[in-house]
Design a protein. Structure first.
Length: 136
């Protein structure tokens, strides 16, 4: 009988320890999307900037995403070399839990994003100039 309150308290503590997506981080993710980033990649990237090693379920809860969205975004970020994961064995049997963390500083990631954005704008200007040649 005394175990139920302990279980309830433990669940509440776990819920409270998961960081939620504050307004500032939501705005950062929206800005990344506006310059061309995938919405889910942007949300995971912003979430990881304020975390020091988190699991997929923590990202799901904190960023308000589904497991499949986090998984796809994480694969993209790992492919870019911005995120790494390490396994952590739990007391339960089965596969280890993956802990994700950024391996590149946010300033370096932003330089990469800025460079790509500048290149896209440059290409669009070239296309506009070609179009103007035909129009006028």
């Amino acid at each position: 009988m005394a175990i139920r309150p302990l279980i309830k308290a433990a669940k509440q503590m776990k819920r409270e320890s998961v960081q939620l997506f504050p307004e500032k981080e939501d705005e950062m993710a929206r800005l990344l999307v506006q310059i061309g980033a995938n919405k889910n990649v942007a949300r995971v990237l912003v979430f990881l900037t304020n975390s020091t090693g988190v699991t997929s379920p923590e990202i799901e809860k904190g960023a308000g995403m589904r497991q499949s969205e986090v998984s796809i975004a994480m694969n993209c970020l790992i492919h870019l070399g911005w995120v790494q994961s390490r396994g952590r064995w739990t007391a339960n049997r089965g596969r280890p839990v993956k802990i994700y963390h950024l391996v590149k500083p946010l300033t370096e990631i932003m330089e990469f994003i800025e460079s790509g954005t500048r290149e896209r704008v440059k290409q669009q200007l070239i296309l506009l100039n070609k179009l103007n040649f035909y129009v006028g």
